[in-house]
Design a protein around this ligand. Structure first.
Ligand SMILES: N[C@@H](CCC(=O)N[C@@H](CS)C(=O)NCC(=O)O)C(=O)O
Length: 210
């Protein structure tokens, strides 16, 4: 079976989510780096017409949109299931993934991290009010994620799921900047979760260079 190909920069949280899911399934993949900025040009635009990363390819099947890629990976490959059979855990997983895409990534990824640590892209000078609103949203997201995960140990049940794959890259990057560190300091259960996922071999295999 041909190895799947992931297109995008290793440092992108969305790219890392896909690679993390592959590593959790024990699937070897090939990363084809796409430098930031090049996602707006060919050949990437033919793979992802909305000029985002990642794009994904497996045995001639092309796919983009991280949620779809994650579900493909779990359904297509053997290895530990990353979606619970339990309808409540499965729904919680989908809810967490929704929170990531609708609220957490726009505030944390596209604003706070983009402002702080996105070389080689120049920091964007967003208006202070917009930065404050993003920080407030980040705080709200982390509070809600911690509430929904309950006692854990994972975000949506007793096993690692696609929710952990989706949220870990973004939240672990956030925990490394000052604003994130402060919020995590108030969130013991979420911090423990971060440490638990961080220790997994799949993270060691896919962690981007600092
Ligand atoms: N809906 C897309 C979003 C992916 C996304 O926002 N990727 C970011 C990097 S983590 C990106 O491509 N940013 C470049 C840009 O917006 O120009 C998905 O789920 O794959």
């Amino acid at each position: 079976m041909a190895h799947p190909i992931v297109y995008g920069p290793a440092s992108s949280p969305y790219v890392w989510s896909v690679r993390l899911a592959l590593a959790e399934k024990g699937v070897v993949h090939r990363l084809v780096p796409v430098e930031f900025g090049r996602e707006r040009e060919e050949p990437h635009l033919s793979r992802q017409p909305f000029a985002k990363v990642p794009a994904f390819e497996h045995e001639g099947f092309n796919l983009y949109e991280t949620q779809a890629i994650l579900r493909y990976i779990d359904e297509r490959f053997s290895g530990p299931a990353l979606q619970s059979e339990d309808v409540y855990e499965w729904s919680r997983m989908n809810q967490m993934i929704g929170i990531h895409d609708a609220y957490a990534y726009p505030a944390i990824g596209a604003r706070i991290l983009r402002n702080r640590i996105s070389p080689p892209l120049p920091a964007k000078n967003f208006a202070e009010e917009a930065n404050a609103a993003a920080l407030e949203m980040a705080r709200h997201c982390l509070g809600e994620i911690e509430r929904l995960m309950g006692e854990g140990p994972f975000l949506a049940g007793s096993e690692m799921s696609l929710a952990d794959c989706m949220l870990f890259p973004l939240l672990s990057s956030f925990a490394r900047v000052g604003e994130g560190r402060e919020i995590f300091a108030e969130r013991a259960r979420l911090s423990e979760w971060l440490g638990r996922i961080d220790a997994r071999p799949s993270v060691a295999l896919t962690r981007p260079e600092p």
